[in-house]
Design a protein around this ligand. Structure first.
Ligand SMILES: Nc1ncnc2c1ncn2[C@@H]1O[C@H](COP(=O)(O)OP(=O)(O)O)[C@@H](O)[C@H]1O
Ligand SMILES: [Mg+2]
Length: 268
């Protein structure tokens, strides 16, 4: 029987215990599945055949892959998705539009006409490392605040008071479901910050954009491709590698853990 690790870190596990259990239960019979805490991983250990990585740690994915483990998602995906600069460079190479950004880490300056800008940590999640800066003074305060993180500044899309995003779930390289996230009280529409999630359908040209990104990214298992929604159409925003699936439950009533488990079984 194939050995499967479902890897979490302790804080992530605390927030996702129910999902972790459902995922593990969904794999019963197909493999020997175990929920493993990253903090407990100390060599020597017997490596699994498959590792479902639900902690954000590109280095861990790379290590496991180098040891012959089939990592879900592959290490290249984790690396690109967890550095917003690499994600935007990918979009650029695929010809997908995105809001112009300035790599402050690389010493890029924000020209006065670019304000207001959205400052974000390159590896942040859940909207927590994302702030709006109206001028150079705000930007310097953000720089101080994020002094331990790599940050970028990006032109603002929208009015800075409300937010609209499109999340596209891609499973096994195929578009699975789209969800529109809307916030009326914050420019960040993250679900974890109170954004409202609604069912959405993509237009054919939007689907084509998603597939260009998905192909450029290389083989991937389960990702969330996110866009800012503007009056002129979608602008690529980021890709989530350890993508949360609560919205699939709340919007579509989908047992996402069972769907993911079935997909993992298809890999065995
Ligand atoms: N350039 C931007 N213009 C307008 N809103 C933005 C911009 N960048 C991000 N946002 C809003 O902030 C949210 C969080 O930013 P995001 O880049 O997705 O970081 P995180 O990885 O923390 O989710 C997005 O979902 C979107 O609603
Ligand atoms: Mg986001």
């Amino acid at each position: 029987m194939k050995k499967i690790w479902i890897i979490y870190d302790v804080p992530q596990y605390e927030n996702n215990k129910w999902f972790a259990k459902r995922l593990k239960d969904g794999l019963v019979g197909a493999g020997e599945a175990e929920v493993v805490m990253k903090e407990d991983l100390k060599e020597p250990f017997e490596l699994p055949d498959v590792a479902v990585v639900r902690t954000i740690d590109p280095g861990l994915s790379e290590y496991l892959e180098s040891r012959g483990v089939r990592v879900v998602n592959p290490a290249r995906v984790s690396k690109i998705c967890n550095d917003k600069r690499l994600s935007y460079e990918l979009a650029k190479s695929c010809g997908i539009p995105f809001q112009e950004y300035y790599d402050l880490e690389a010493g890029k300056e924000v020209p006065p006409e670019a304000f207001p800008v959205v400052v974000k940590t390159v590896s942040g999640h859940g909207g927590k490392g994302v702030v709006l800066c109206g001028n150079l003074y705000d930007l310097s305060k953000a720089g101080d605040f994020f002094k331990n993180d790599k940050i970028i500044a990006q032109k603002l899309s929208g009015d800075g008071k409300s937010g609209r995003d499109m999340r596209v779930y891609v499973l096994g390289g195929k578009i699975y479901k789209a969800v529109l996230r809307v916030s009326k009280k914050d420019f960040r529409s993250n679900y974890s910050l109170g954004g409202k999630a609604l069912p959405a359908e993509l237009k054919p040209e939007e689907e084509a954009m998603v597939y260009k990104i998905v192909e450029g990214l290389g083989p991937n298992d389960l990702i969330g491709v996110d866009f800012l929604v503007t009056d002129e159409g979608l602008l690529f925003n980021e890709i989530e590698d350890v993508v949360g699936m609560r919205m699939l439950y709340s919007v579509y009533g989908i047992d996402a853990a069972a769907v993911f488990a079935d997909y993992i079984k298809s890999l065995l």
